[in-house]
Each structure stands twice: as C-alpha cells, then as structure tokens.
Design a protein around this ligand. Sequence first.
Ligand SMILES: NC(=O)c1ccc[n+]([C@@H]2O[C@H](COP(=O)([O-])OP(=O)(O)OC[C@H]3O[C@@H](n4cnc5c(N)ncnc54)[C@H](OP(=O)(O)O)[C@@H]3O)[C@@H](O)[C@H]2O)c1
Length: 285
Amino acid sequence: MAKTIAVVGVTGAQGGSVADKFLSLGWNVRGITRSAMSDSAKAKAAEGISIVEADLDNLGTLIPAFRGAHVIFAITDFWAPFWEANARLSKISDRATGEHAYAIEVQRGRNVVDAVQQVSKEDGMLERFIFSTLPSFKEQSNGKYTYVYHFDSKADVTEYLKSKEDLWQKSSLLNMAFYSKDTGRFADLLVRCPPKQDLLAVSEMASYRTVMNIWSKTTGIPAEAQEISVEEADKDAPGGFGRESGESAATSAEFGWGDHLVLPKDLDPEIRTTSLKEYMENQKR
Ligand SMILES: NC(=O)c1ccc[n+]([C@@H]2O[C@H](COP(=O)([O-])OP(=O)(O)OC[C@H]3O[C@@H](n4cnc5c(N)ncnc54)[C@H](OP(=O)(O)O)[C@@H]3O)[C@@H](O)[C@H]2O)c1
C-alpha cells in the first residue's frame, strides 16, 4: 500500500515541489493549507493531492492533519509576517519588524514540532519528519551579524526539535539556500537516508558574480554583479530589510554556511539536481 506524506505549505514554493515529487513517486500526498478554497489549493487538489485545512497558529488543527502520515514535511514562512508588519514596525526601530516575524515563526515552528511529536506518540506511524530550516547566522558569524532573523528563527526551532529526543531520532533538516525546483528531490533524498541529516540543499555552490554571469548569458541581457556593503544595503532598504538581507549575504560570503552541513552528493553520489544554467534556461521558456 502507498505511504502517506503530509506537506505543510503545499500551496507554496517548497511544499508544492515536495508534494509534486512524492505524487510522482506514487505516494498519497496530503497537502496542508489554511484555505482549501484558494485557487492554489484547488489547483493542487486537481493534481490528485488531498487537501486538508490546518493553521500553524492553532496546534489543535495540526493534530488531525498529521495523523496517519509516514512522513511529515514542514516549512514556516518568515516573510509574510515580516511584510505585513513592516510599514508599521520599521518606524519604531530597524529591529522591530525582524523581531516580530522571528517571534511568529518560532511559535509556528514549535507548534509544528509539538504536533508532530504528539501524533507520532499516539499513532506510531511516523517514519520521518523533515523540517525546512536554516542555520543560525548569528552563531555562524560568531556574533558579528545579528540582524538575520529569518535564519536565526528557523535555527531556534531546530534546537527545539533536537530537545525532543524521540522525535529527533526520526527527523532530518533541509537547509534550502536559493530555490530551484529541486526541493522535492532533496526531501526524497532525506526520506531515503538515515535520520538526523543536516542537508545544505544546493545543486552547486556559486558566487553572486557567477550567478549573474549565467543569468546574463541565458537572457542575453548585459549584467554584472556589483558588491555593496551592509551599510549600503541598509541605505537602499532602510528600516530593517536592507540590513537583514545584507547581513545574510555577508555571513555566507565571510563565514560560509557551516561545516556541519552535508551536501546532496555526500548522501547520494548519483543524485541528479538542476544546475543553475538549466534552471535559468527553464525559467525562460
Ligand atoms: N526564497 C528562497 O530562496 C528561500 C531559501 C531558503 C529558505 N526560505 C524560506 O522559505 C520560507 C517560505 O517558504 P516558501 O517559499 O515555500 O513559502 P511561500 O511560497 O511563500 O508559501 C507560504 C506557504 O506557507 C503556508 N502558510 C503560511 N502561513 C501558514 C499558517 N499560519 N498555517 C499554515 N500554513 C501557512 C501557505 O499556505 P496557505 O496560504 O495556503 O495557507 C503557503 O503554502 C521562508 O521562511 C523563507 O525564509 C526561502
């Protein structure tokens, strides 16, 4: 009998890719959304995904949505709470919006962990929990960069997950750098591998300069990457966002992503991923 995967964020970029991949592998896919009536949820239902309503703000709704699943994949979204509050909170301080979205994302992530743990204990069906996370860039930069709230919030949830010893034994972490359409492939890899992996899900490591060169060649539009400082990024997008994105790029450039992370080819030397060039060419079509 086909196994079941429950996917949080099925109407979004990451969850949508995971749902499509597992559907193509013959799994029963249960997609979780706040509204089954949205156009994107209806489109997923039309593909053959069974749509279930639940809200990460409400732990009680997550329990039935997760029950009976062999695999649970979850994302938390930092950016919707950030942009909803930015016009108001950025007037207070350049940390206020980041702190607000951080608190919401951490609470939602903890709700997911608590619900997965409860369901796993109750029905004993869970084989793998995959949490889409990011490393703490505050730690990675040795405290130099402290505005990268969208990384540090996910890392906070990861620590919470690791504190649930029984659940952690069945879990793996997916660190998405920049998206391609490969999120589903990386989630499948983590289901096939032993648990407790901390995967940096990239097809290739490239500098911003290389990315821009490939983009320029693919589109035929002359372009080049220009390096700016965190202060310049802050001036371009004041109130928090410029510093958040500037410090995020600065941390990865100066300190890397962290030696604790494994790469897809470390887990499966034969894995086929989409190269940057292929990805950009596909986007053009
Ligand atoms: N862009 C990148 O390259 C990148 C790289 C690494 C990590 N990330 C992280 O990815 C996250 C966003 O993931 P994404 O791009 O896949 O999302 P997305 O395309 O923006 O979609 C957001 C998803 O989250 C669901 N959602 C939001 N709030 C919810 C709630 N309270 N309860 C249940 N579901 C909820 C939405 O479902 P409904 O609206 O249908 O309810 C939707 O499916 C962010 O935290 C970001 O930091 C992005």
